[in-house]
Write a protein that binds this ligand. Sequence first.
Ligand code: SF4
Length: 472
Amino acid sequence: MDKFKDECGVFGIFGHTEAANMTYLGLYALQHRGQESAGIAASDGERVRLSREMGYVADVFDEDALSSLPGACAIGHVRYSTAGESKLLNAQPILIDCAHGQIAICHNGNLVNAKELREELVRSGSIFQSNSDTEVILHLYARSKARQIDDAIVESVAQVQGAFSLAMLTRDRLIAVRDPHGFRPLALGRLGDAVVICSETCAMDLIGATYVRDVEPGEVLIVSADGVRSLKPFPPAPLAHCIFEHVYFARPDSYVFGRSVNEVRTDLGRVLAREQPIAADVVVPVPDSGVCAAMGYAEESGIPLRMGLIRNHYVGRTFIQPQSSIRHFGVKVKLNPVRSILEGRRVVLVDDSIVRGTTSRKIVRMVRAAGAKEVHVRISCPPTISPCYYGVDTPRKEDLIAATHTIDEIRDFLEADSVAYLSLEGLLSTVQSEHGSYCRSCYTGHYPVEFPRDEATYLQLALKLDNEAVVK
Ligand code: SF4
């Protein structure tokens, strides 16, 4: 589907006899945050062991793989990446052995100064095993002259900039780090005496853990047999929680940034109905992304909600088109219209975002072909006009339909009767945010953390490092 893609989900647990099994379950709940690779590193107090593969969590780990990861402490990672960089070396956790001992790392986000740091490290002799920006942190750690492990960790993470929610594991410590802007979520919980950290609270629900609080922006949490130590090594910085977590990335049953994603998403639909009303017979969500907002829209407008599109949940990436003469199934493989709901009706079609517009056009055509009299597209976020540089895979600016087309042109492209978006003010009102606390750069083009201006070079270095030819 035509969506922004979140890069990763992280999980960590300290002090549980079945740490690897719990991490497996946690990653299972976070699968929506990354489907290209999955990995777990576990420590038995003596040695950190690693298992990681390309593929879904359920396919990567079986009983044998999990039993090869003994110990009471583990971290895990699910990763999304673009096709070019889908290779095992870039899968996480990344594990190294250095003068401070073994350390493994998982990262959700993107470092904006990784290129400079990497070049400097390579010049002074570091040999990188992957293309990932995350590995920079491990090299900084390995080079630290600090005598105490905790000091070396703080020294290394204090040098990176950008978006980072990290889970790190040494022989006897679990470390959680969140960048001072708080771009990506990271929650802290308890499972009996064990400490749990994870990208979203839905991972805690699955293992029966209790949410305690978020790891705070700018906080380094070091969990060891001595307890939980909280450090604040970063200078204060303005908050920039990723608003897209609420719009699309996070699961609706999670709490992120202290708010229920379901409540925020349903509110987006309510505000959208107030801002962009239309006379219609039925509200139809694009499943699953538009469901919560459509419920809010229907509730506020009084127009009945009906599931006029049914999603096939069993379409995987391995779908094989059976013969060339019936290619181009496109969206039909994933969605099917319900004619009895759509025929002769004026339809409000609700989705959470439009990126390129190509999938939305196919869906509008599908709804019309099923007999809809009118199709009015309503989007529960503002027009997406700029790429993300903070750990989200996005098309280039020129491929974002709202960056290059007016609303009328988008309507014509989608072949809809009308198209309307939620306003930025409407979006921010649902998270009850002062204007300063959320990143909304993909709607404004104004970025809270500086990054190298050459977009092609930057994206290549930061997100798609495989093709060296593009690197200037
Ligand atoms: S630019 Fe958009 S997707 Fe990226 S962090 Fe900011 S709000 Fe999130």
